[in-house]
Design a protein around this ligand. Structure first.
Ligand code: COI
Length: 355
């Protein structure tokens, strides 16, 4: 159990007005959580302080070798005014999977959850209420030793910042166009693909820029060895409905184990819809498309929720999926998931936690 010290912001910032478009990740609340780690002492000095700039040595190891991890979560405002988290224990567990891979000291899962609950409770007035909006939660840990040798740092900073946000994609639920990248790769098995660490996203930027230049909003990555099997999109996992079956790439070590991915699999199974987690070859996908078997494609993520894919391009093949609107399974999943998250429907699987 953390002993958290509180320092109140002198002048609270202006909160977004009702109806004001929030975008994603631009606005920050009045406070943030901080906690230090020192080798020999462990995690210490848990505190909630005014949101502010932090001062680090230019030699801080995170700047040079990227030893850092992050998580993404949301707090939702229910119609009766409560604040809910969604499966925070999954993020706490995944945070430690990332920590272990990156030689960052683990954080007790109950401390991670306590820190998230306390900072969200403290700035709960910032949880937006407009439809589709939530308070995006970004926990992260950075290596802070002042040292240029390549080695695990002996000191770290754990922080949580909060951002009232709307849809991740500017077009909201409108189907996105996705570019299947066959030159650059994002991750390989044995690497850090399964971990939530900045380097994975840095590695993905070049593909995203290329995709944007070609008129697509996101990149679908192929496996790093054969460049044949579908892995994930930059900010989402990916699902296909082909010939009545729901498929998603299996977790093979280079794919992020998404909380929304897991929730979608469980929801589908609870509705009697079979989901296969397996390798999905891009050439087979094109063959299925050409035979009229591809019914729906959608991405899943905490930030993106359920994001229908309207168009896919692989080399010279352009696949237009559905009729340009959200497919029935994508819509059903979006409605079921968001109804649970926003507390509008019963939560039979016990996924939500009150702040
Ligand atoms: C999330 O969905 O929360 C993520 O962390 C993806 C992020 C790159 C926006």
């Amino acid at each position: 159990m953390l002993d958290i010290r509180y320092e109140q912001a002198a002048a609270p910032a202006q909160k977004p007005q009702k109806g004001q478009p929030l975008g994603f990740g631009h606005i920050f609340t009045d406070h943030m959580f901080m906690m230090n780690y020192t080798q020999g002492q462990g995690w210490h000095d848990a505190r909630i302080v005014p949101f502010q700039r932090i001062s680090l040595s230019p030699a801080a190891m995170v700047f040079h070798y990227g030893q850092e991890m992050f998580e993404g979560m949301k707090a939702y405002r229910t119609p009766d005014g409560r604040a809910l988290l969604f499966r925070p224990e999954m993020n706490a567990r995944r945070a430690n999977e990332s920590n272990r891979r990156l030689c960052i000291p683990e954080l007790p899962e109950e401390d991670f959850i306590q820190a998230v609950r306390e900072i969200v409770r403290h700035d709960a007035a910032w949880i937006p209420e407009d439809p589709g909006t939530s308070l995006y939660i970004r926990p992260f840990i950075i290596a802070t030793d002042e040292f240029l040798g390549v080695a695990p740092s002996k000191t770290y900073l754990f922080m949580i910042i909060l951002s009232p946000s709307g849809a991740y994609y500017p077009g909201g639920m409108a189907p996105v166009g996705i570019w299947i990248e066959d030159d650059y790769v994002r991750a390989v098995r044995g690497g850090v693909g399964f971990a939530k660490t900045g380097g994975n996203y840095a590695a993905s930027l070049i593909g995203q820029v290329k995709a944007h230049d070609e008129g697509y909003s996101q990149v679908l990555w192929l496996d790093g060895v054969e460049r044949r099997y579908v892995e994930e999109v930059g900010a989402m996992n990916i699902f296909f409905k082909i010939n009545g079956r729901v498929l998603t790439p299996e977790l093979n070590g280079s794919i992020l184990p998404g909380v929304t991915r897991d929730s979608v699999i469980q929801l589908c199974r609870s509705w009697g819809i079979e989901v296969e987690e397996r390798r999905i070859a891009v050439d087979k996908l094109i063959e299925d498309y050409n035979n009229g078997r591809v019914e729906e494609i959608f991405g899943t993520g905490t930030a993106a929720v359920i994001s229908p894919v309207g168009k896919l391009r692989y080399q010279d093949d352009v696949m237009v999926i559905g009729d340009g609107t959200t497919g029935p399974l994508s819509q059903r999943l979006y409605d079921a998931l968001t109804d649970i998250q926003w507390g509008r429907a019963p939560d039979p699987l016990g996924w939500t936690m009150s702040v």
